[in-house]
Design a protein around this ligand. Sequence first.
Ligand code: R5P
Length: 289
Amino acid sequence: YRLFSLGSNPKLANEVASILGTKLSDIDVRQFADDEIYERIEQTVRGRDVYVMQGISDPVNDNFMKLMIFIDAARRASAKTINVVIPYFGYARSDRKARSREPIAARLVANMLESQGVKRVITMDLHADQVQGFFDIPVDHLISMPTLGHYFYENDLLGSDLVVVAPDHSSVGRARKFAKLLHAEWAIIDRRANDDSHTTPFGITGHVKGKRAILIDDIIDTGLSMTLASASLAAAGVTDIYAVAPHAVLSDHAVSKLAESAISKILVTNTIEVPDGKQFDKLSHLSVA
Ligand code: R5P
């Protein structure tokens, strides 16, 4: 087989290659002055199983287009199979029509990959499990929860005073599973849209007062959900707040918001490579390689 990386997350790709005892295969990926992408696979892939690692992460559209152009090149070069490894599946949050005349972009991404001849997708912590069903080919949906949970065991952070908290209703399933893994209680923050959430703490279902809390979500994007949730937990008398999520998108003013929040520690994975300029004291990464 041949393993390629298109540059969305070179550290993770190299780590995976080293675990497999192999090297990344050579590819020339360039962008012209007008941003058009050029790629050339630099050794034969004829009759080979090709694996390509590329997250659909910032810059989302360029990274996705690089993947599509690679698939075209590999197919025309007679690869036996094309298998894509997408550590962060961007657009997964567009998984349903929440309002009339909206697209389902995750379905579109799935259609585009599949129609170009991709035979298998390997991805992690999809925003919603049903995105797997947008494909008719095999999708290996890996989860980082055991890796994230292990951190709490390893660092002796378990205990009867620990509660896992869903920052909103959409994270309830994830919070329940994580609580089970850590033998902890769980609670839900009753986050509502279009209210005075920036000034008034949300209600909380479950016992959190005097406890240590772990907020768990799938993505930290602008940091708003985690910041608002942490303010509500602090107001409810939580003693220490951890925030856990597989994917650290960290867009917009996420870093300053999270740095100033009531959260004492933020644990993420390396599905997205966080640039040096976005590293800050509270943030720790675990590798999913
Ligand atoms: C949303 O449905 C996701 O599960 C996350 O809660 C969301 O993407 C977090 O975004 P932000 O950090 O911008 O609040």
